[in-house]
Design a protein around this ligand. Structure first.
Ligand code: F6R
Length: 614
């Protein structure tokens, strides 16, 4: 949530900041602003709405200067107004600050400072911090480290989370950054340094980066940097090289990133499987689990934690691991687990799933599990993300950058990796070599089967047109299709703003059936499995109430044509990969419905891609 970018160097800061903000816009798009140090004052520009509004305003102003900070906001404290937009400037006009996170004790700080004559112009928590820095600076009076010390001392008083960048008029050659709970990364170029919440902001300038850890503070100059902890311990910074393909973040011929990412799924899945299928032993292999086979054999129970779409991937993982490895699995919302103090058996393995690797609740769940001494593993897409760095072991998704706010390729790649984990655990226990080989073959067939579904996109778009005026939607599935029903409903509601609910098909009659009408259609997953006839009965219950029905059905189910208003046929496959295949048509359907309703598909209202506040 919220994107921060900072630049110090020989180039014009404003254009680099604007470019960085555009690349970070997925983190929040309520408003955007920048502050550049030019001579005696800040050039300070803020606009509500998208970064393009700020860029337009910047063209009408001369923004000189090689030191600056920028911010794209996802509103927490205070409405979406220009006054609440970052950067915030202290009331003595000496400091500008961009902040991502929440200052929980801001009201107390603000009251204290108001008593000292500081003025406030916004409803944000961040403005309290910039004025606290000004207060410490005024108190500090002398000293070579006056700016740095004022930021550091202020942070000692702050409760909450932050990733921040600060400018001081008296120190034009320096930006101070700090992190606690919100990501912050330093980029090191040739005679220039950058600061951002995500490498995407500056990876085309430099791929030499330093990831800040919690409670670290960085002093950034054009020619270098130094890092310490807020409590003044030295930190040995490690400069890493990130592998970043610039073309990953361009739209190409697609209308939206979401569309592009749906179509990238065959490749994303190939990347997730590459080098991980062991056909000699009929199992899967992973490089970074950091546990031996005998340690894995001692695992009695697995707990999965995640948020949103990743939580749905965990539900699929539960089915697959219990089915193929016979290990009991539980799934918890990370936000609940972190505060629940759940009793866990000593041989529990805690697994988190997070595309961004930065979701604050998932990170907190991971930390809570580690604090209690449990082994932790993570499935993440973003290399070098906080979760990837803090987990005991993990599996990278290699799905490529996911820019669209609604997760698509990351979701299917999380399920695929879960299937490989189920295979690996299964082969350590009772799954036969032959069954392992059958599953491996099914996994290998997946990319082409997805290509087959994608080639039906026009058919799905035609169906979407018929349902774009729906007032509500039910997604119904049984067994492993239930999490896909949840995911289908989430996808549709977040990008088209049609209220949708996902339910186990049989559970529908215990309440949601009341919603069924001509304006509330249902999508049912009908596979050729042991639930086939029972699912058809559920479908009939919908039709009996004049509900329109879309059936997503496997080729081998021979679905009776007159039983649904619309039918989407997908290839038949091994039960472990069927949920992946079933996800593709619902992603496409949601996408086309949202497009038909002229919704801002890649940046749905009120949302942000990376949720780094509680
Ligand atoms: C929905 C969506 C979100 C994320 C959730 C967790 O399409 O993308 O529900 O899945 O915010 O994000 P990560 O996976 O980054 O932890």
């Amino acid at each position: 949530m919220c994107g921060i970018v900072g630049y110090i160097g020989k180039q014009k800061a404003a254009s680099i900041l604007l470019d960085g903000l555009q690349r970070l816009e997925y983190r929040g798009y309520d408003s955007a602003g920048l502050a550049v140090l030019s001579g005696e004052k800040f050039s300070h520009l803020r606009r509500t709405g998208r970064v393009k509004n700020l860029a337009q305003a910047a063209r009408e102003h001369s923004l000189f200067g090689g030191t600056g900070i920028g911010h794209t906001r996802w509103a927490t404290h205070g409405e979406v107004t220009e006054a609440n937009t970052h950067p915030h400037v202290s009331s003595d006009e000496k400091f500008a600050l961009v902040h991502n996170g929440v200052i929980e004790n801001y009201l107390g700080i603000r009251k204290f400072l108001e008593g000292k004559g500081y003025e406030f112009f916004s409803s944000t928590d961040s403005e309290a911090l910039v004025n606290l820095i000004a207060y410490h600076y005024a108190k500090e009076q002398n000293g070579t480290d006056r700016f740095f010390e004022s930021v550091r001392k202020s942070l000692l008083h702050v409760e909450g989370t932050y990733g921040l960048g600060v400018l001081c008029l008296d120190e034009p050659g320096e930006i101070i950054g700090a992190r606690k709970g919100s990501p912050l990364i330093v980029g090191l170029g040739d005679g220039e340094s950058l600061l951002a919440s995500d490498v995407a902001a500056f990876a085309h300038h430099t791929q030499n980066v330093v990831y800040l850890n919690d409670s670290e503070i960085v002093r950034l100059k054009a020619g270098g940097f130094s890092i310490s902890t807020i409590s003044q311990e030295d930190v040995e910074a490690v400069v890493q090289r990130v592998d970043w393909q610039v073309e990953e973040s361009t739209l190409g011929d697609f209308s939206h990133y979401m569309e592009k990412e749906i179509f990238e799924q065959p490749t994303a899945l190939e990347n997730a499987m590459r080098g991980r299928l062991d056909e000699v032993n009929g199992t899967a292999k992973f490089g970074g689990l950091n546990l031996t086979a005998s340690e894995f054999r001692q695992v009695d129970r697995i707990l999965f934690c995640a948020c949103g779409t990743a939580w749905h991937a965990c539900l699929v993982a539960e089915y697959l691991i219990e089915r193929f490895a016979r290990i009991p699995v539980e799934v918890e919302y990370a936000s609940e687990f972190r505060y629940r103090n759940a009793p866990l058996d000593k041989d529990t393995l805690v697994f988190v799933i997070s595309q961004s690797g930065e979701t604050i609740d998932t990170l907190a769940a991971l930390r809570e599990a580690r604090r209690k001494g449990f082994r932790t593993l993570a499935i993440t897409n973003v290399v070098g993300s906080t979760i990837a760095r803090e987990t005991d072991g993990g599996i990278y998704q290699y799905a490529g950058a996911e820019i669209g706010v609604a997760s698509t390729k990351a979701f299917t790649s999380q399920i695929l990796i879960s299937a490989m984990v189920a295979l690996y655990f299964g082969r350590l226990r009772d799954l036969s070599y032959q069954d392992g080989i059958v599953l491996i073959q099914a996994l290998k067939n997946l990319p082409d089967q997805i290509r087959t579904i994608l080639s039906e996109a026009d058919h799905i778009q035609k169906i979407a047109r018929k349902y774009a005026d729906a007032e509500g939607f039910l997604f119904l599935g049984r067994q492993v299709m239930f999490p896909i029903a949840l995911e289908g409903a989430l996808k549709l509601k977040e990008i088209s703003y049609i209220h949708a609910e996902g339910y186990p098909a049989a559970e529908m009659k215990h309440g949601p059936i009341a919603l069924i009408s001509e304006t509330c259609p249902s999508l049912l997953f009908v596979n050729n499995d042991e639930m086939y006839h029972k699912t058809l009965s559920n479908l009939q219950e919908v039709r009996a109430r004049k509900g329109r029905v879309i059936a997503v059905t496997t080729l081998d189910a021979n679905f009776p044509k007159d039983l649904a208003n619309d039918i989407i046929t997908i290839p038949s496959a091994h039960e472990a990969v069927q949920p992946i295949l079933a996800s593709i048509p619902v992603q496409l359907l949601s996408y086309y419905i949202a497009k038909e309703r002229n919704c801002d598909v890649d940046k749905p209202r009120n949302l942000a891609k990376s949720v780094t506040v509680e």
